[in-house]
Unconditional design. Structure first.
Length: 248
């Protein structure tokens, strides 16, 4: 997972870096407001966010963000049932999916200011916030053998229980909405810290990559994988790809 995470950053980085050649000296300007959004790729899942920033001092921007995402176990592995040519993939042993809505407050502190337009601006960033999460049970399509005959019944949606559902009977994962009403809510905290590289060609725009680490903590332990201990704490490395604009 870490290798895939690193490879993706290396593939996307040149796109953000394109055109970063110095052309003119920048002017000292305080941009009082900024807006934007982007996607996050982490070793424990993916997400998307929008943010608003306000600046009172030149080197510090206060940030408010709203994000959605998912958390997954590092143990999950996707498999297929080779008994069926058109089988759907599913995660062996995964009994619940976890999705969250996060509201956070934080700040960006300027570490290196580009003295030219089209330069690279480097900032240290941090945030802390609340998670409202939903734990959704996993449903699979199960094909049971005919009673007293050969062959199998048509697949039916069944809540996944690895103790009674064997791999040879699993056709694949059910649709996302199956079992959506049977989940439960939980809550927790999220902490993030990282380094942001604003690679925009223009001083008033944001075209940035943020790399760092995050912690998601839930007040009640959650179960994602069968026969694995319940977890309250999820640690991850992440990369964000952000675009936005600054206003005076």
């Amino acid at each position: 997972m870490f290798r895939k995470f690193t490879l993706l950053i290396l593939l996307v980085f040149p796109f953000f870096l394109n055109g970063q050649t110095p052309v003119a000296e920048s002017v000292d300007v305080i941009y009082k407001n900024q807006f934007g959004g982007g996607i996050m790729l982490a070793t424990t899942g993916v997400g998307a966010e929008g943010f608003y920033g306000f600046q009172k001092q030149k080197k510090t921007t206060w940030l408010i963000s709203l994000a959605i995402g998912n958390l997954k176990s590092e143990k999950q592995s996707k498999i297929y049932n080779n008994n069926y040519k058109d089988a759907r993939g599913y995660y062996f042993g995964k009994i619940n999916s976890l999705f969250y809505l996060n509201a956070s407050f934080g700040a960006s502190h300027l570490l290196y200011e580009s003295k030219r337009f089209q330069g690279v601006e480097i900032s240290g960033v941090w945030s802390a916030g609340l998670n409202l999460a939903y734990l959704k049970p996993i449903y699979l399509l199960i094909r049971e053998p005919y009673i007293g005959g050969q062959g199998y019944e048509e697949p039916v949606n069944v809540r996944y229980d690895p103790e009674i559902h064997y791999q040879e009977n699993i056709y694949g994962k059910s649709t996302f909405l199956t079992g959506i009403k049977e989940g439960k809510f939980t809550s927790g905290l999220q902490l993030k810290a990282g380094v942001l590289f604003n690679l925009s060609k223009f001083d008033q725009s944001i075209r940035a990559i943020e790399i760092g680490a995050k912690i998601d903590y839930f007040f009640k332990p959650v179960d994602l994988m069968y026969a694995s201990p319940s977890k309250s704490l999820f640690n991850a490395l992440y990369a964000k790809f952000l675009i936005g604009t600054k206003r005076t």
